[in-house]
Design a protein around this ligand. Structure first.
Ligand code: DOR
Ligand code: ZN
Length: 346
């Protein structure tokens, strides 16, 4: 490794929205370009609820891969009030499904079928604890009176901690953490608890989204927080604790549905995620820890092998961000943090 070049084991993305149909065909190559595997979010319409749904969705993803691309979709099931623990067990034991996703009902995009009574899904949690299947959690309370900026911190105390205490051995991934409270909780949770962090939450805060005009392409859920939280996230990502790893939450929406009077939540970061992360780690003086965050910690938590292949990034003049990608479901604006990023993937 020289100063301006860094070679890593090929990364994985532990939280990715690929969608379906024409949108999936358009965005999938951008993940397959850089990532060997990804945990695929199940919030389609209708959602991916059963093992049979996951088989069909996996086959559609594999069928949409460009010729020669090597990419393994790691499937998840969308937890509903009706989820059958036996189906979860079968889907996990067959190797098909790598996690179950918990969306509190109403928390985010396509979460209407999510969970509103956490006690009512206890049997699923118990089966998951028994077989070691991780629960990926969108950690936000949805009570309308709770301020959107407080929803994550309150979820930890009101929902997540009680679930973990009631179900010892349940393996949990706190998805896309955005607050110092979540970083602190995840760092003290032992080997059953992990957290993913996105590119946008490492690079931006709510001022970037709201000062000097509203930036719809920075709007995602959980929403960008007060700037004081960002250093805690950077410290978590770059600090070498194996409980933290990359989940981009790359979430494509057609540009016109984001630049809209009621815009959709989600940042499409897949094409530029690694460049942006290298910049963040470089600024933190922690380039030597980038591989842990993007390539080693995730497989370790999920009990999967590290990838054999490698990827190299090079530092040079600021990269040109593509403005958008074209898909048959419309153009999708590519995340651009609006500051120089010097690392490109070779
Ligand atoms: O910003 C987000 N977009 N957050 C989510 O939790 C869901 C995602 C999406 O599916 O668009
Ligand atoms: Zn997501």
């Amino acid at each position: 490794m020289t100063e301006d070049r860094i070679t890593l084991k090929r990364p994985d993305d532990w939280h990715l929205h690929l969608r379906d149909g024409a949108m999936m065909e358009g965005v999938l190559p951008h993940s397959a370009n850089h990532f060997a595997r990804a945990i695929i979010m199940p919030n389609l319409v209708p959602p991916v609820v059963t093992g049979a749904d996951a088989i069909r969705y996996r086959d559609r993803i594999l069928g949409a891969l460009p010729e020669g691309a090597v990419f393994e979709p790691l499937m998840t099931l969308y937890l509903t009030q009706e989820t059958d623990p036996a189906d979860v067990r079968n889907a996990a034991e067959s190797g098909l499904v790598k996690a179950v996703k918990l969306y509190p009902a109403g928390a985010t995009t396509n979460s209407a079928s999510g969970v509103h009574n956490f006690d009512g899904v206890r049997a699923v949690f118990e089966t998951m604890a028994e077989i070691g299947l991780p629960l990926c959690v969108h950690g936000e309370v949805t009570r309308p009176e709770v301020d959107i900026f407080d929803r994550e911190a309150i979820f930890i105390d009101e929902v997540l901690d009680p679930i973990r205490r009631a179900t010892p051995g349940l393996r949990v991934v706190m998805e896309h953490i955005t607050t110092s409270e979540a970083a602190a909780y995840a760092s003290e949770g032992g080997s059953d608890l992990a957290a993913t962090i996105t590119v946008q939450h490492l690079m931006l805060d709510r001022n970037d989204m709201l000062v000097g005009g509203i930036r719809p392409h920075f709007y995602c859920l959980p929403i960008l927080k007060r700037g004081t939280h960002r250093p805690a996230l950077i410290k978590a990502a770059t600090g070498g604790n194996p409980s933290f790893f990359l989940g981009t939450d790359s979430a494509p929406h057609a540009t016109d549905t984001k630049e809209n009077a009621c815009g959709c939540a989600g940042c499409f970061t897949a094409p530029v995620a690694l460049s942006c992360l290298a910049e963040v780690f470089d600024e933190a003086g922690a380039l030597d820890r980038l591989e842990g965050f993007v390539s080693l910690n995730g497989p370790k938590y999920y009990g999967l092998p590290v990838n054999h292949e490698q990827i190299t990034l090079e530092r040079g003049a600021p990269i040109q961000f593509p403005e958008a990608i074209e898909t048959d479901a419309g153009a999708v604006t590519v995340f651009n943090p609006d500051r120089p990023v010097h690392w490109r993937v070779l």
